[in-house]
Design a binder for this molecule. Structure first.
Ligand SMILES: Cc1cc2nc3c(=O)[nH]c(=O)nc-3n(C[C@H](O)[C@H](O)[C@H](O)COP(=O)(O)OP(=O)(O)OC[C@H]3O[C@@H](n4cnc5c(N)ncnc54)[C@H](O)[C@@H]3O)c2cc1C
Ligand code: SF4
Ligand code: SF4
Length: 375
């Protein structure tokens, strides 16, 4: 597959307003930088092929290629992607307490992996004020310090690029599905560099329906609340239809209709809700705020979860069938919406055409996802 360079990245992703500020193109070279929730190219570069383009989750993502590479089979477009098992889960008794978003499964897995030396650092997302910032954590305390969801597009993957330069060779990374896609592309060494060493040992992907534009969210919230007083944000599952802020002064609810205009365009063409390219995926569990939904995908991810359970870092139980059905329904709806939008905007490539696109995916799978008529 053809890989292009930074000028095509600007044209295909930035000029179309599809950049999700994931950070995958940042800190690979001196040219792309992230600042307060935006990524920008600060000096011109005429490279014909670049890792910036090759790793970007909004440029020429070849879903068949990723699936063959990671799962050893063609992409089939199934609602939840390939997986070993889905559980209901929460942090076990061995895990420190902390301000977790839900059951603390993500923080417990990363702490366990660090304590057992399965990873040499955890790449996480903290915040400074309201701005999400990546962190390289090497202790349980730092992992807990990054707990909680920042419902904003975050440049987390930039810290993987930085960590690799600083000499970390077995990083564990927590990221949204777009970030997990960028990592999967990066780990496949798309430019066949002979000096490539995969610096990532574990990817824990979050579920994500959409994120919010950091600058727009700050502009909106600063008119209503002292943003330094925000302790936690949450989007309870449907039918709640609210964005909840917990502040020093109490709880504040904003109708989702007022929040949705802050969703970046890049989220509207995103086909993945459950981080299908991660080793382990984690989201909330409908109706049980103290629990998570946990999906094991790779062999390694499954083994880590089994060990974490046997050593008391995690507890798991069967997921209610109804919750699993709702999750699959929501994930396939997100996929379908994204593909329809890509088709309408000419951003999908189903063949071997030279046309550049956001997603490459086979005609058969597109038909399966969007239905015969729309495909
Ligand atoms: C933008 C966004 C959208 C989400 N949408 C959904 C959804 O639609 N449905 C659903 O079930 N779950 C969603 N989640 C996931 C959910 O909010 C919880 O993160 C997940 O259930 C894990 O809970 P936990 O208690 O194990 O997390 P914790 O143990 O509290 O750990 C949370 C982890 O999330 C990481 N993190 C926080 N913010 C970001 C960010 N912006 N980008 C990358 N990593 C981040 C932190 O590094 C931390 O390690 C979303 C999360 C984010 C960040
Ligand atoms: S989506 Fe990520 S990799 Fe692509 S241009 Fe934006 S920050 Fe860079
Ligand atoms: S919806 Fe997709 S593109 Fe948007 S933040 Fe979530 S994973 Fe990234």
């Amino acid at each position: 597959m053809q890989i292009y360079g930074p000028n095509e990245l600007l044209k295909d992703v930035h000029e179309r307003d599809l950049c999700i500020a994931c950070g995958a193109c940042v800190d690979l070279c001196p040219y792309f930088k992230t600042y307060r929730g935006k990524t920008a190219m600060i000096f011109p570069c005429d490279l014909e092929q670049g890792r910036c383009y090759a790793h970007c989750p909004k440029a020429e993502v070849d879903l068949d290629g990723l699936s063959e590479n990671l799962r050893g089979r063609p992409y089939d477009g199934s609602a939840l992607g390939n997986y070993r098992k889905v559980f209901a889960a929460k942090a076990g008794d061995r895990m420190l307490k902390g301000p977790f978003q839900a059951g603390g499964v993500v923080s417990a897995i990363m702490t366990f992996a660090l304590e057992r030396d399965m990873i040499d650092a955890a790449v996480l997302t903290d915040r400074e004020g309201l701005i999400p910032v990546p962190r390289i954590a090497t202790s349980a305390r730092e992992v807990v310090g990054c707990a909680g969801s920042k419902y904003m597009a975050a440049p987390t993957v930039a810290a993987v690029n930085r960590g690799a330069r600083e000499g970390y060779t077995r990083m564990g990374v927590v990221g949204t599905p777009c970030q997990a896609t960028a990592l999967a592309q990066m780990r496949s060494n798309p430019l066949d560099r002979p000096d490539f060493i995969d610096p990532v040992a574990l990817v824990v992907g979050l579920f994500c329906t959409w994120a919010l534009d950091t600058r727009k969210l700050i502009a909106m919230l600063s008119k209503r609340v002292d943003i330094t007083s925000i302790r936690k944000m949450d989007i309870p599952p449907p039918p709640a239809e609210i964005f909840v802020l917990e502040t020093d002064d109490g709880r504040m609810e904003i109708p989702l209709d007022e929040i949705r205009p802050l969703v970046p365009e890049g989220c509207l063409v995103c086909p993945d809700m459950t981080s299908e390219w991660a080793d382990i995926s984690v989201g909330v569990l409908e109706g049980e705020p103290e629990w998570n939904t946990l999906i094991t995908r790779s062999e390694k991810g499954h083994e880590i979860v089994e060990k974490a359970v046997s050593e008391g870092w995690l507890q798991t139980r069967e997921i209610p069938e109804e919750s699993l059905a709702h999750l699959a329904f929501a994930a396939s709806n997100k996929r379908k919406r994204a593909l329809i939008k890509c088709i309408e905007e000419g951003l999908l490539n189903t063949g071997e055409e030279e046309r550049r696109s956001v997603l490459r995916i086979s005609e058969d799978v597109v038909r399966k996802i969007v239905g015969e008529e729309e495909g």
